[in-house]
Design a protein around this ligand. Sequence first.
Ligand code: NIG
Ligand code: FE
Length: 422
Amino acid sequence: MTRFRRITNCTIVTPTGTAAQHGAAMGHLTTITDAEIHIADERIAYAGSAEAAPQAPEEGVTMLPDIDARGCVVLPGFVDSHTHLVFGGLRADEFKMRLNGASYMEIMNAGGGIQSTVNATRGADHSDLYDKALYHLKQMSAMGITTVEAKSGYGLSLDTERKLLEIISELRSSSVPMTVVATMMAAHAVPAEYNGDTEAYVDHIIADMLPQLRSLADICDVFTERGVFEIEASRRLMSAAKALGYKLKFHADEITTLGGAELAVELGALSADHLLHVGDKGVKALAASDTVATLLPLTAFALKEPYAPARRLIDAGAAVALATDFNPGSCYSYSIPLLIALACIYMNMTIEEVITALTLNGAAALGLAADTGSIEVGKYADLAILNTSNINDLPYFIGINQVGTTVYHGSAVGVDHTPTLP
Ligand code: NIG
Ligand code: FE
């Protein structure tokens, strides 16, 4: 050990374990009042009552100043396990068309949607894309996010997908301390130059992109949807990805009930995401599997779609995670505070379930639950120190950031993002 620091005078609230919690267990949090957290280098060395805490080491160690949590709650840092972080351009005009009644799919079929961001992203230079993504990471960090997933998928050619994945990899060593996980999502849409020839594009992804981009991403994702990548095309693509050692994620049953959730389970995916229209079979399959059901309420909110059936999934025994889906089309938001309010108000999740969904289960949806997602000895000290002592304030203070200090791998990233209510 070379560095040691304590977080004193806190209430620890955390799920426990090194894998996702399922069903009713999602609501079981450990709460320790009058607690202390000790951090040795980047990891948690003690998390428990202040009374029973061991002495701080005396010599041979750099002692960093204590962080006094002033009686507030400390949660595990939030894990945003689904974002489309790197893109060029904005689509406010499209948002306005939707406000006037056009559907997401109508806009997409008229040449807008993902393809318009692909055009803007292909035309953008490296530093512009990087700077914008970095800006977003800073805002996310101030809301307590310590791990973020970032998908490619607005390049849709070998070179442009590589460019996006390289940017994601550079963000990892940027000035914003955060774990950045790269996901390859060339199967986000069939690019215009393929004139709708999905099979030919899938052939290209399998033959060229999957093997050549493997060193830049550990996870592969696909938009499994009617009229985009249907079940057979998705199965062919994702089986090839799996054979190369990629872990899998699916955009599943977002717009129609196609069976994406069942396919995700069949292929042993880390997660099936969206699930606004998941069918009974999909719910059953997820409940009986280790595939995390990742729900994205900010997207349902922005698209005015019905929310994913969180209660049905949890009550059936599934492991549910929550993430933002930040992207320029269906959801220009990474507001964790708003997401928490939506999940509690409209999806009928309890705040305890929401906390598990945003921490441990999010980590499991990225294959990282052994290292982060809960406040336990041995895990990284990735923490969100709130400005309140009551977790019920999280959904109640609607859309208001209540993270005071974010701690990443033992270092305070920002202090007093939002001060405590006088
Ligand atoms: O997760 N569904 C596909 N992908 C994104 C939207 C991307 C876009 O509209 O640019 C999503 O909602
Ligand atoms: Fe998405």
